[in-house]
Design a protein around this ligand. Structure first.
Ligand SMILES: Cc1cc2nc3c(=O)[nH]c(=O)nc-3n(C[C@H](O)[C@H](O)[C@H](O)COP(=O)(O)OP(=O)(O)OC[C@H]3O[C@@H](n4cnc5c(N)ncnc54)[C@H](O)[C@@H]3O)c2cc1C
Length: 581
């Protein structure tokens, strides 16, 4: 039978097949290679809007899914949250637990922000985080997101592992988290550095203990913080000098102990992975590195991966919100924050609906994106100057692949490829279906390779998504990712069944992030992340533009801090009892 493609007007005897990716809405054109419906074009196309729907449908089965319909969107609530990143969802889930009526408005059709995921042809693609630890811990040592999930009674099914594959200029190593495992690598590369590594562990031990002296869940942004901090005074007094050292740059500690070039490069890489910042003077506060030492270099330490991937965390938080009467509205883009008498009173959505909030508006959008939601007359020159003075981290290149896994038994979940120690030449690769086989069809794997916040937005700012120039640049700039994957799976190009490349423009478009940035690039000793309150009464912020900063633990903490601030201190105190801190 001869069939006709409505998009490019070519006819084909081979006919058309249903496009599962576009939920059966389109047919594929087999005749014209350049047609937007052709399988060839689909293979190299960017993220697919309709695939979002697929995950949304998968994620919303049952009564607890987020709202995605356009019905009855205008309503009144107590707190409205702009954005369903992990920061916004943690804030909403904690507020719901405290008994506050809450609504989350998310612009995308999939919740989770940087942690969102989508399903295509049975492959589950993750857009962001995959490296987790401290989620199974309890009490003060637990990861802040574990505190939130514990508070809302939504435990995760955690899979554990302890190895990652590191391809360095010095050689390829399978390294492990845990006590003295890194010494095996040092034995091969730089045996004389072993005493320095041991000394660093000795120096970091009290700092690691000090880093857990005050759990972020204890913080709030009002004077009552003195009451909650008082719970932890004995540990804080004990850790006194160490706590002061924690807020200084990690490089100060390393400089006093480590001279070996390889160990310094390794620590630089860890610092970079934890925050996107190099180990240069004043580069990175010691706190997150001390947390990492606490979690990764203990005897029997392990890394964790939630069954179901990052979306399992997102869905757990949404269940926590919905079971207590909260709402999560998807495809609900906030156009403007409504001010009345100078106070934030709600939000207006694209399409005209309004969500009015009697207690507060909380923005989980970035600092720069939040400012653009305020009426121009409400943004003071001081606010503009503050935002302009905060430097931005760079953006990302992403490569998402679905591939045939035949003969690849024994593959690891995480791979780090350092092409050269100079110039941030690092590629991170995660293959989550290695940990959770349900994330890909049987016999297949799903892979995410990315440049971690090293791609300049300026290279892309003049281009239009979908234009021939853009597609050509995507091809060119993604080669570094392909080459890194080829070092792990040499015949990956032949095995690949689905391929998607993301750029800083993709990042900006789907995550609504100014210039596709990873977040503020604030250096230790040169300022702190802004706190959650703003000059606009009734408007608070959470997420990675807010204290304590970037990364899943930090944004969970920022969401919890905002929620704590909006409730009486005695409710907050009871919650701290409940999570055993
Ligand atoms: C590739 C990658 C890998 C990472 N790996 C790790 C890792 O392994 N471990 C780790 O700890 N961290 C990791 N991170 C960092 C971590 O994922 C982020 O710091 C964190 O998820 C950011 O959360 P957030 O809530 O601050 O913001 P976001 O996730 O950016 O969420 C903000 C949300 O607000 C929405 N929004 C914005 N404007 C509007 C509007 N006007 N109306 C409605 N909604 C709006 C956006 O659509 C978005 O959903 C990674 C990040 C990336 C990008």
């Amino acid at each position: 039978m001869l069939v006709h493609c409505g998009m490019c007007s070519s006819s084909s005897v081979a006919g058309f097949v249903k496009c599962t990716r576009l939920c059966g809405a389109l047919e594929l054109c087999f005749k014209n290679k350049n047609c937007r419906n052709s399988p060839q074009r689909r293979k190299s196309s960017a993220y697919c809007k309709a695939s979002a729907r697929t995950l949304d449908e998968a994620a919303t089965t049952g009564a607890l899914g987020p709202e995605s319909q356009q019905r009855s969107r205008s309503h009144k609530t107590e707190v409205v949250i702009i954005g369903s990143g992990l920061g916004g969802l943690c804030c909403a889930a904690m507020l719901a637990k405290y008994g506050v009526k809450v609504t989350v408005c998310e612009s995308h059709s999939i919740p989770g922000g940087a942690a969102h995921a989508w399903v295509q042809d049975g492959y589950h693609f993750e857009s962001g985080p995959s490296l987790y630890s401290g989620m199974a811990a309890r009490g003060r040592a637990a990861n802040p997101i574990a505190h939130v999930l514990q508070a809302i009674d939504e435990p995760l099914d955690l899979l554990t592992y302890n190895k990652w594959n590191v391809l360095l200029p010095e050689g390829d190593f399978m390294t492990k988290v845990g006590g003295s495992e890194f010494e095996d690598v040092l034995q091969q590369v730089s045996p004389s550095a072993i005493p320095e590594w041991r000394e660093l562990q000795r120096v970091m031990k009290p700092l690691a203990a000090a880093a857990t002296a005050l759990p972020p869940a204890a913080l709030r942004a009002d004077p009552a913080v003195a009451v909650t901090i008082a719970r932890y005074l004995p540990q804080l007094l004990q850790g006194g000098g160490d706590i002061r050292r924690l807020v200084g740059p990690f490089s100060d500690i390393v400089d006093g102990v480590v001279k070996d070039k390889f160990v310094r490069n390794w620590l630089d890489l860890l610092s970079f992975l934890l925050s996107g910042k190099r180990l240069r003077p004043n580069s990175k506060k010691s706190t997150s590195v001390a947390f990492m030492f606490n979690e990764w270099y203990q005897p029997n330490a392990c890394l964790e991966f939630p069954r179901g991937g990052s979306q399992a965390i997102v869905q757990a938080l949404i269940r926590g919100i919905k079971k207590r009467g909260g709402r999560v509205m998807l495809s609900a883009h906030v156009d403007q924050i409504i001010l009345e008498g100078g106070r934030a009173k709600g939000v207006s959505l694209r399409g005209g609906s309004r969500v009015l909030a009697s207690k507060a508006v909380v923005s989980n959008a970035s600092l720069w994106d939040t400012q653009s939601l305020l009426p121009a007359s409400a943004v003071t020159p001081q606010m503009l100057q503050n935002a302009a003075e905060i430097p931005l981290n760079r953006s990302f290149m992403h490569l998402h692949l679905g591939f045939d896994a035949r003969g690849l038994e024994g593959l690891e979940m995480h791979h780090i490829v350092v092409n050269s120690w100079e110039g941030g030449n690092v590629v991170l690769i995660s293959i989550p279906s290695v940990m959770d086989a349900d994330l890909a069809p049987a016999g297949k794997h799903t892979l995410h390779a990315y440049l971690p916040a090293t791609e300049p937005f300026a290279l892309w700012s003049g281009l239009e998504r979908g234009s021939p120039e853009y597609e050509a640049q995507k091809q060119e700039r993604s080669q570094v990712l392909w080459k890194a994957v080829e070092r792990i799976i040499p015949d990956i190009r032949q095995r690949t069944e689905i391929e998607m490349v993301g750029t800083p423009l993709t990042h900006r478009h789907f995550l609504r992030r100014h210039n596709g940035t990873y977040g503020p690039a604030i250096k230790a000793g040169q300022g702190t992340f802004p706190g959650p309150t703003t000059p606009i009464p009734g408007l608070l912020c959470c997420g990675d533009s807010t204290f304590p900063g970037i990364g899943v633990p930090a944004v969970a903490a920022s969401g919890a801090i905002v929620a704590n601030t909006l409730v009486p201190v005695w409710d907050h105190w009871k919650l701290l009892d409940r999570i055993g801190t």
